[in-house]
Design a protein around this ligand. Structure first.
Ligand code: BEZ
Length: 251
C-alpha cells in the first residue's frame, strides 16, 4: 500500500482495520490457490493474507512499499520485500499475482499491470480486489464539503484510484490479459472503531493539515454530515465500500 504522505502503523492498522484481511475470503476463493504454486501477494500489508496462502501450501512472496508493514509480515514468517507495486522487478516467476485492498493506493495502474504481466509465467493469473468506482463516495464527499467550510486542501480528500470495470478491463486487455471475471460489488463494511478510527487510519494526511483544535472540529463535522447515511440506530458505523473484484489471465 502506498501513498506519498500516508504512513502506516501495524498496531493502529490491527486495531482499526483488521476487517480488511478478514473480509478477504472471497478473493482468496477466486484465486483458488494450489499447494506448490508460487504466488506474489501485491501490497501484502502486514502479511495476514500471505500467512493464509502459506498455510494453504503456497510458496508466497509479499511486496509492500511500507517498511513497517514489511517488518510485520517478515515477523510472521513471510518472504516479504520492500517494493513499490508500480515498479515490480520480477520476471516470469509466478503462477499467480494476488492483491487485496491495495491497488487503489497505486495511481499508476498501467505500470502496476505491466509489472504484474512481467512477473507472471505464461498463462499465469492476476486475481485482485480493491476499491472500484463509487468506493467511499459518501465519505469523500463529506470530507470535501468540510474542507470547503474550514479552508483545507480538498485534494487531500481523495488520493485513490477507483476505476470502473470498463476502464480497468481496457488496461488489462491492452497489457495482454484476458478478463475471466470482473464485477463491481457494493459492500457496506462495518467499522470496528467507528468512522473516526477509519478516518484517522486512512485519511490521516487530510486531518494533519489542521492545527489540533481545528482538527477535532473538522473530524466532528465530517462525522455529523455522515451520521444519517452511515451510522445505524444502534450506533454502528459502516463505510460505503464498493469492491472491484477480478480474475484475468495472461494470454
Ligand atoms: C478500501 O479498501 O476500499 C479503502 C481503504 C482505505 C481507503 C480507501 C479505500
Amino acid at each position: 500500500m502506498s501513498h506519498s504522505k500516508q504512513s502506516w502503523s501495524p498496531d493502529g492498522y490491527s486495531r482499526h482495520a483488521r476487517f480488511v484481511s478478514e473480509l478477504g475470503a472471497p478473493v482468496v476463493e477466486l484465486l483458488a490457490p494450489e499447494a506448490g504454486e508460487r504466488i506474489l501477494d501485491l501490497g501484502c500489508g502486514d502479511g495476514d493474507l500471505s500467512v493464509k496462502l502459506l498455510q494453504m501450501g503456497v510458496e508466497v512472496v509479499g511486496v509492500d512499499s511500507s517498511p513497517d508493514f514489511i517488518a510485520a509480515a517478515c515477523a510472521k514468517g513471510i518472504d516479504a520485500r520492500l517494493m513499490d507495486g508500480q515498479d515490480l522487478t520480477f520476471d516470469g516467476e509466478f503462477h499467480a499475482v494476488f492483491s487485496n485492498a491495495a491497488l487503489h493506493w497505486m495511481t499508476r495502474p498501467s505500470d502496476v499491470i505491466a509489472g504484474v504481466a512481467r512477473a507472471l509465467r505464461p498463462g499465469g493469473r492476476f486475481v485482485a480486489e480493491f476499491g472500484g468506482h463509487g468506493n467511499v463516495a459518501a465519505i469523500v464527499t463529506a470530507i470535501r464539503a468540510v474542507a470547503r467550510i474550514h479552508g483545507g486542501d480538498e485534494k487531500l480528500a481523495h488520493p485513490w484510484y477507483f476505476p470502473t470495470t470498463d476502464e480497468y478491463a481496457g488496461l488489462l486487455e491492452a497489457a495482454g490479459f484476458a478478463v475471466e471475471e470482473m464485477a463491481l460489488i457494493p459492500r457496506p463494511t462495518p467499522l470496528p472503531t467507528g468512522l473516526a478510527g477509519w478516518l484517522e487510519t486512512f485519511r490521516q494526511p487530510f486531518f494533519d493539515q489542521y492545527p489540533d483544535d481545528v482538527r477535532a472540529r473538522v473530524l466532528t463535522d465530517v462525522e455529523e454530515l455522515l451520521r444519517p447515511a452511515l451510522c445505524d440506530d444502534a450506533g454502528q458505523w459502516s463505510a460505503d465500500y464498493v469492491r472491484l473484484r477480478l480474475r484475468a489471465r495472461l494470454t
